[in-house]
Write a new protein. Structure first.
Ligand SMILES: Cc1cc2nc3c(=O)[nH]c(=O)nc-3n(C[C@H](O)[C@H](O)[C@H](O)COP(=O)(O)OP(=O)(O)OC[C@H]3O[C@@H](n4cnc5c(N)ncnc54)[C@H](O)[C@@H]3O)c2cc1C
Length: 416
């Protein structure tokens, strides 16, 4: 029997989707994973997996070997720092290792992979969707009842379907070695310094683990609106790393886009679903592994219903996703991103870093990052009270102190 379902892309979204289908009782002969890469393949990524992601990976495939464990996140800015403690640890992986582990879990359960196969065309029809697949021996065509676009930020499934997507950001990252740097191996650092230099995003410093050992530090910057030229992002990252005590360990600083979710994002046409980053990920921090996998699990559940009903359509695919915990998280994050990367980033950064209740929630260790949306009504009320007491926080520019290791406090942090 030829497979009814083609999953384009064997990254975290594609493999989570496949594993969930298997758990729902779908036969591995019913679907095929297709990827242009040969695994293990490199993927530009910090490799940080927050706690909810570690839980989902464990549930679907167990604990991957290698990688490292961190005990929390630290958010930094010129107006102060705060710690995020989740109810469990985070993981940090080399993406080649993590993705190969997830793929192996699929293969061990009988899933077929067509690797080194590039999809060059996706043509949706009434009865089926036709794919053009290019390999080293030429191009072949095959039709499937369902095509699942798990093919990442540059998804051909999205481009071919004309479905509306969210903002595309721009990121650069490289591996550095310590040259006096103070960051600890047990923490993931997120620094909103780029906002002082009109880059709507943040910089990160993550330990880089390969096979369980720290072999360097990943430092990069995210432009969450895709408006800053790549050259500027690269030179900013180099300066920042040098100031903080890090030396470039690679020949160049690589760049890659990210596609973010927003409430208008579309992900479904008859016989076609977009999942993972092809659908859209967290626009505030660019966290993609956990959101991609949670979205994939949701999509697999919806597809199984459609297979059972014998239809090629899924009613309210996007709206019902927004009602899931992960959908609500993306909605919350996109609201924050619109403010912090919007017209008055300095004001919203001051709001974020000055809210005692938020800092207490984040540092409490009772919750998971990405699951704070249920506290929104209390957060809004507390912010309202703060504004009544102290006025609206200032939108005045913030100045980044250069050439020093350590984060300085900004005198303009006080409300107007
Ligand atoms: C610099 C940088 C740092 C990041 N850091 C983090 C981080 O620390 N933590 C985090 O959670 N997220 C991070 N992300 C985001 C994260 O990497 C992605 O969101 C995540 O990989 C999305 O998973 P996915 O399975 O949807 O897509 P991908 O992981 O991109 O997988 C897509 C797969 O599709 C295949 N493919 C693509 N096109 C085709 C085609 N035409 N034919 C066949 N195959 C195709 C690719 O080979 C790939 O294997 C980072 C991203 C960047 C750019």
């Amino acid at each position: 029997m030829s497979p009814r379902i083609a999953i384009l892309g064997a990254g975290p979204a594609g493999t989570a989707f496949a594993l969930r289908l298997l758990n729902l009782g779908v036969s591995p002969s019913d679907f095929v994973l297709i990827d242009k890469a040969k695994f293990p393949r490199p993927k530009l990524c910090g490799g940080g997996v927050t706690f909810r992601g570690t839980e989902l990976i464990t549930e679907l495939a167990g604990r991957p070997p290698g990688g490292g464990v961190t005990v929390g996140l630290e958010f930094r800015s010129v107006v102060g720092n705060f710690d995020v403690r989740e109810k469990g640890p985070q993981w940090v992986y080399d993406r080649g290792e993590l993705d190969a582990f997830l793929l192996d879990a699929c293969l061990a359960r009988g899933v077929t992979l067509r690797d080194e196969t590039t999809i060059t065309e996706v043509e949706a029809g009434h009865e089926s969707t036709k794919l053009a697949m290019k390999t080293s021996t030429g191009t072949t065509y095959e039709s499937f009842a369902w095509v699942i676009g798990a093919d990442g930020a540059n998804s051909i499934a999205r481009r071919a379907s004309g479905l509306r997507g969210g903002i595309v950001g721009r990121l650069v990252e490289a591996v550095f070695e310590k040259d006096g740097g103070q960051e600890r191996e047990d923490t993931l650092y997120f620094d909103f310094d780029p906002i002082c230099d009109r880059i709507p995003g943040y910089a990160w410093v993550f330990p880089y683990y390969v096979s369980g050992q720290v072999v360097g530090w990943k430092i990069g910057v995210m432009d969450g609106r895709g408006v800053v030229p790549g050259d500027k992002l690269r030179s900013w990252t180099l300066d920042y790393a040098k100031e903080r005590g890090y030396r470039l360990a690679e020949e160049k600083i690589a760049g890659w886009p990210e596609r973010y979710w927003d409430w208008r994002t579309q992900g479904h046409k008859p016989g076609l679903l977009l999942i993972g980053e092809a659908f859209g990920i967290d626009p505030l921090l660019g966290e993609g592994i956990a959101p991609a996998m949670f979205n994939a699990v949701y999509a697999a559940d919806r597809l199984k219903q459609s297979l059972d009903e014998g239809t090629r359509t899924i009613r309210r695919y996007e709206l019902d996703f927004m009602r899931t915990e992960e959908g609500m998280n993306l909605w919350f994050q996109s609201g924050l991103a619109d403010r912090i990367y919007g017209r008055h980033p300095e004001r919203w950064l001051r709001v974020l870093f000055s809210m005692k209740h938020l800092r207490n929630l984040a540092g409490g260790g009772d919750d998971a990052y990405g699951r704070l949306v249920r506290h929104l009504p209390v957060l809004v009320a507390k912010y309202g009270m703060q504004v009544l007491r102290e006025g609206i926080p200032s939108a005045a520019p913030m100045v980044r102190k250069r050439a020093s290791i350590g984060v300085q406090q900004d005198a303009s942090a006080a409300p107007e």
